[in-house]
Design a protein around this ligand. Structure first.
Ligand code: PHE
Length: 447
């Protein structure tokens, strides 16, 4: 394999792909999306989406990547030369720019909250103070731009370091430590007064809240959280050796990712309800709720510091995987140097990101866009995080099932796997269930 591309060592794929999947999607996006979409009913739809849609797509992406050993555009071109399928890869690359641009803004918030925790600002604060302090923080335009820039620069530096050196190393220690802190938070949250009401909101589906909006949000969240629909897992799959087992790696990745998201819900909702807050308060929810929770814990500043530090690193292993999509394309197809590609793409993402950075109070225009009546970041999150990823995943599934063909994909999946007993269910899901479901949901949503 050539030098500029690089490859993963054994276990490297699980670590890096889990690092890509676990991030702000689980701890920031999942809870606020649950809150906005009626609680339990959304959680149920989300779990169904993971099992019948996201896991089959994950296996499809990873096998396509390993088979072709290419970036998303190159992968489609190699399987079907001379067709317009590589445009699906191009859509993925555009998604990467757009998602990175707003994701890095939130990642910047986690860095700032780490600093807040370290400097002891999580002591004796109540819900009103937490909300007010978050509001003044996000309306500080310069600070927002600096934080965005800092996060993008760190991402660019790691990606410039290459696949095994930069990406793998970052993913290694993180998971167990993050899990440990989450367990402590979980215990604290569940033992708060009024926690039960939060658990009920989270787990008990209220079917009167069911709608197309809920289903598309659930599917979009499943794709976003598992880094699917834009070719991240094609790219990471392309660095996997033929000795590794794709089905078991993909199973573990899905398990970790879902487990951590579910834990985040068990932390956030009891805390919201016990503080008498509203679960439907949008993208700031985590930053409004957690400081209060930490201030109610013995050693809260220390746990708070660790938590936000780990979350920043978890966000970093995700931004790395997002940036890697366009970078691998420029290296493979345009013969660019890794460093030049990372710097250029990081810079463009920063420029687009300015609109999101100023959209929570920094600029009144971006905070409440005409026509849409929502902030730029929320709009971007919806368009690129839900709709575009769903369209991307739909086209990938159709491609793998009908152009590359499932039996060829199965042949690739079986390489390195002891056994793959789910040939029939997987083929059925990827051929029929995944495309039909996504098409129906998209049509329903737009009508
Ligand atoms: N899955 C990542 C998270 O949950 C975000 C992401 C989306 C990464 C799309 C890559 C591609 O935070």
């Amino acid at each position: 394999m050539d030098q500029e591309r690089g490859s993963f060592s054994k276990m490297g794929f699980i670590l890096a792909a889990a690092g890509s999947a676990v991030g702000l999607g689980n701890l920031w996006r999942f809870p606020f999306t649950v809150g906005e979409n009626g609680g339990g009913v959304f959680v149920l739809m989300y779990l169904l989406s993971i099992i019948i849609i996201a896991i089959p797509v994950l296996l499809a992406e990873a096998s396509l990547g390993r088979h072709t050993n290419k970036n998303p555009i190159g992968a489609f071109a190699m399987v079907k030369p001379g067709s317009s399928w590589p445009l699906v890869g191009l859509l993925g690359i555009i998604c990467a720019f757009m998602i990175l641009s707003f994701y890095a803004v939130i990642a910047g918030w986690t860095v700032a909250y780490f600093v807040k925790a370290v400097t002891g600002q999580f002591t004796n604060i109540g819900p009103e103070q937490a909300v007010a302090s978050f509001g003044s923080f996000t309306s500080n335009s310069w600070l927002q731009l600096v934080l965005l820039a800092v996060f993008i620069v760190i991402t660019v530096v790691v990606v410039s370091g290459g696949v095994a050196g930069g990406i793998e190393k970052c993913s290694k220690i993180l998971m167990p430590v993050l899990l440990g802190i989450l367990i402590l938070l979980l215990i604290r949250s569940l033992t708060l007064k009024g926690a039960y009401e939060g658990v009920m909101f989270y787990l008990k589906p209220d079917f009167s809240k069911f709608s197309f909006k809920v289903v598309i949000a659930a599917i979009g969240q499943a794709f976003f959280s598992m880094s699917l629909g834009m070719g991240t897992m094609i790219t990471y799959g392309s660095y996997v050796s033929k000795k590794d087992s794709l089905p078991s790696s993909c199973g573990w990745i899905a398990f970790f990712d879902t487990f951590i998201a579910l834990m985040a819900g068990f932390i956030i909702f009891p805390a919201i309800f016990s503080q008498g807050m509203n679960p439907d308060q949008g993208s700031g929810v985590m930053f409004n709720v957690l400081p209060v929770l930490f201030s109610k814990m013995p050693g809260g500043s220390i746990f708070g510091s660790f938590f936000f530090l780990l979350l920043s690193i978890a966000a970093l292993t995700s931004t790395i995987s997002i940036l890697e999509v366009p970078v691998s394309y420029l290296i493979d197809e345009r013969k660019w140097k890794r460093k030049k590609a990372s710097v250029l793409i990081g810079s463009i993402a920063f420029i687009i990101g300015i609109c999101s950075a100023l959209s929570n109070g920094g600029s009144s225009f971006f905070s409440n866009l005409p026509v849409f009546n929502i902030g730029f970041l929320d709009l971007w999150n919806m368009i690129w995080g839900n709709v575009a990823l769903s369209v991307g995943a739909l086209l990938e599934a159709i491609f793998v099932a009908y152009v590359w063909k499932t039996h060829k994909a199965v042949k690739e999946i079986k390489v390195g796997a002891q056994k793959f007993t789910l040939v029939k269910p997987w083929s059925f899901l990827i051929k029929y269930i995944v495309p039909v479901f996504i098409i129906l949901i998209l049509i329903g949503y737009f009508i």
